[in-house]
Design a protein around this ligand. Structure first.
Ligand code: URA
Length: 230
């Protein structure tokens, strides 16, 4: 990796600021003052800024079983946030697809912005599975509507095909590949049904680990991380 790219990833400085740090002779590679921003770092080069070693941030990837009453936000003056539950959260940990305060289940978090973007980018249509408790059973017509797509109140874009299945009395599984505001609740409301409880089970190929109690989290496995990159 180029020295200026490395330093801009590893510090708060922009590439332009890094160039100035180098000109000001504040950067060393091992014992030697760095001279050019385009120096290609070797695997075992030690980079120092003002005499202190600089390292790339370690990538973090977590899955959390979100409990109700926690909000998916970086900070909130009235409610606890999902970030409060992750003890070792890096400052730049981002939430890959938010859930409502009363929704429970799978939340993915990472400080790898590209990875998060792949999950939330509408272009990628990442499938998300939810279990929902409803006030009434669904009908064949509800299933058909979800499959064909329809207009949500106040919107001009048809919903993308969603797969709706009954899994128990008044309990359904639904897979959507978009992330509109309150989407699942609004889709059911448009069919005259009220969502009494909503739980996210999976995002893409990553399924909530059922050993995680509400509020617990774990680091993702390499296979889970890589499943997003495929
Ligand atoms: N759809 C909703 O309505 N709420 C959520 O939290 C997630 C999807």
């Amino acid at each position: 990796m180029r020295l200026d790219k490395f330093l801009s990833h590893a510090t708060v400085y922009s590439r332009a600021q890094v160039k100035k740090l180098i000109r000001d002779k504040r950067v060393q590679i091992g014992e030697v003052i760095a001279r050019s921003a385009d120096y290609m770092l070797a695997e075992n080069d030690r980079v120092l800024l003002d005499g202190e070693q600089v390292c790339l941030p370690v990538a973090q990837y977590f899955m959390l079983n979100k409990p109700a009453a926690y909000v998916c936000a970086n900070s909130d003056s009235d409610n606890p946030t999902v970030l409060d539950l992750i003890e070792e959260a890096a400052e730049d940990l981002a939430i890959a697809g938010r859930l409502d305060k009363d929704t429970t289940g799978l939340v993915l978090l990472s400080n790898n912005g590209q990875w998060v973007h792949r999950i939330i980018s509408p272009r990628r249509e990442c499938p998300k599975m939810y279990h929902a408790d409803l006030d009434y059973p669904i009908t064949d017509d509800t299933i058909k509507k979800f499959k064909q797509g329809f207009f949500l109140k106040g919107e001009e874009k048809l919903t993308k095909p969603a797969i709706l299945e009954s899994i128990a009395e008044n309990k359904v599984s639904v897979v959507i590949s978009e992330g509109r505001y309150h989407q699942v609740k609004r889709m059911f409301a448009a069919c005259g049904l009220h969502v009494q409880a909503l739980h996210r089970v999976s995002v893409g190929d990553i399924t909530l680990d059922n050993s995680l109690e509400p509020g617990q989290y774990r680091v993702l496995t390499a296979a889970e991380i890589n499943s997003v990159l495929l």
